[in-house]
Design a binder for this molecule. Structure first.
Ligand code: SAM
Length: 178
């Protein structure tokens, strides 16, 4: 099973932080791959790879020139497309059936400014995290956290260079000796 995220319509000038944070959110909440389309952005890729190197685990970042071809190919191979949009069906109606699909490859698609209509048609599920407009990062984190029932974010990576030492006050981290 693969859990991957696709971010559509990245804009190099306006979306650097947003797209980087989306990828970090994907990684922290259990996805193993992050794809993006729109403008190719080596700076975003470097930031994500740097974090993954320091904090461990396997995380792949890839630019897609033609996301529609990629989505069609994903479906053809038996994978499932879940598109997060405020226009979709509320998450609570779907979440159980989605947890039952965890043996399949899941691609979670989030948009940018204006998601083209064909994405709504290609998706197996158009899922809303409430029907108010908010953000792709909020939508992705709520979706992934629900999918794993909060378990994915607790995962520790044995190859991390540093680990947080949880503390009620202040900040503590230590070098990973494993
Ligand atoms: N009109 C958009 C929509 O369809 O949800 C809102 C645009 S928002 C700036 C960018 C992305 O955030 C959307 O493409 C969607 O992936 C995500 N998003 C925002 N609000 C959402 C919601 N309530 N439920 C699910 N996804 C949402």
């Amino acid at each position: 099973m693969v859990l991957a995220v696709l971010r559509l319509l990245h804009r190099i000038i306006r979306d650097k932080r947003m797209t980087t944070h989306l990828a970090l959110t994907a990684r922290a909440f259990g996805a193993s791959s992050f794809f993006y389309s729109g403008d190719h952005d080596g700076g975003v890729e470097e930031s994500i790879n740097d974090v993954a190197l320091e904090w461990g685990g396997v995380f792949n970042v890839e630019y897609l020139e033609k996301p529609s071809n990629f989505i069609k190919e994903w479906k053809k191979k038996g994978g499932i497309i879940i598109h997060l949009t405020m226009y979709g069906i509320e998450l609570s109606n779907f979440i159980e059936s989605m947890r039952n699909m965890l043996d399949k490859d899941l691609l979670v698609v989030v948009g940018g400014a204006k998601v083209p209509g064909f994405i709504y048609q290609l998706a197996n599920y158009n899922v809303a995290i409430g029907h108010q407009p908010h953000s792709e990062i909020a939508a992705l984190s709520v979706f992934l956290d629900n999918l794993s029932k909060g378990e994915a974010r607790k995962k520790k990576h044995s190859d991390a260079k540093i680990n947080i030492v949880p503390t009620e006050r202040g900040k503590q981290a230590e070098a990973n000796r494993k």
